[in-house]
Write a protein that binds this ligand. Structure first.
Ligand code: F6R
Length: 243
């Protein structure tokens, strides 16, 4: 539990930089798992700030894998998660687009998209550190309550609540795609180190359920309890419902 969102971003940035430095020194550039959404933005901004100030590690050879992607958006749509992560992080830190990956939403090859994404992550050597946000209902990536704890990358239909939550990015709820491709909870727990970030009162209940509640598909983020290396970085508001 940290004092405020800035302290969460700073410790998360330290963790990412550590991995990038350590892997560069070993000659095998890091594979980072990235989340979109508002929570990790401060971390990305901190990493970019340090890189611009000349304190950052070299991102030479680093690869990134997104958690999820909308299905049905026109190519290059600014709200696609691939476009979003490039705009918010990877372009600024100098990771070229060919090393920035996400599930492939191309309609013609959709049936194999999940399997291909799993294979690509394995072929890259697996994700070393995975940044995660949490939904107020306990979702991780687009794994809504009820998702199998062993699930792999697959197509999901968004709930009305999530489409309403994400309407702010699209102008209206009707414009939000109905379907997504998302890493499963089983995919996420294959990463070496899970770094869950949560800030603000709105996340307090989900955080308490994930960390202190039973391991259950009704709180997808509770799957973190089954993983051997998890860091949960919270500000005081997000920690306020912990016992
Ligand atoms: C993002 C993602 C989502 C968000 C979650 C929290 O790639 O998969 O699960 O992490 O919805 O969103 P924010 O951070 O906007 O509160």
């Amino acid at each position: 539990v940290l004092e405020d969102p800035a302290a969460v971003a700073s410790l998360a940035a330290d963790t990412i930089e550590d991995v990038v430095r350590r892997r560069a020194a070993a000659g095998t550039p890091a594979v980072l798992g990235l989340a979109t959404g508002s929570t990790p933005l401060a971390t990305y901004e901190e990493l970019i700030r340090r890189a611009r100030a000349g304190h950052g590690p070299s991102y030479e050879g680093v690869q990134t894998y997104n958690l999820d992607e909308y299905v049905g958006l026109p190519d290059g749509h600014e709200q696609s998660y691939l476009a979003t992560i490039r705009r918010e992080f990877t372009d600024a830190i100098g990771i070229p687009p060919e090393r920035v990956h996400g599930p492939d939403p191309t309609e013609e090859t959709l049936p194999t998209a999940g399997e291909r994404y799993e294979e690509a992550i394995v072929a890259a050597g697996g994700i070393e550190v995975q940044i995660l946000g949490i939904g107020s209902d306990g979702h991780l990536a687009f794994n809504e309550p009820g998702s199998s704890l062993a699930s792999l990358t697959r197509i999901k239909t968004l709930t009305a609540t999530t489409r309403k939550d994400n309407a702010r990015f699209f102008g209206s709820p009707e414009a939000v795609p109905h379907h997504v491709l998302t890493q499963g909870l089983g995919t996420i727990t294959r990463a070496g180190h899970l770094l869950l970030l949560a800030t603000g009162e709105g996340k307090a209940e989900a955080v308490a359920a994930a960390v202190e509640g039973p391991v259950s598909a009704s709180c997808p983020a509770s799957v973190l309890q089954l993983h051997g290396h998890v860091s949960v970085l919270l500000d005081e508001a997000a920690a306020s419902r912990l016992v």
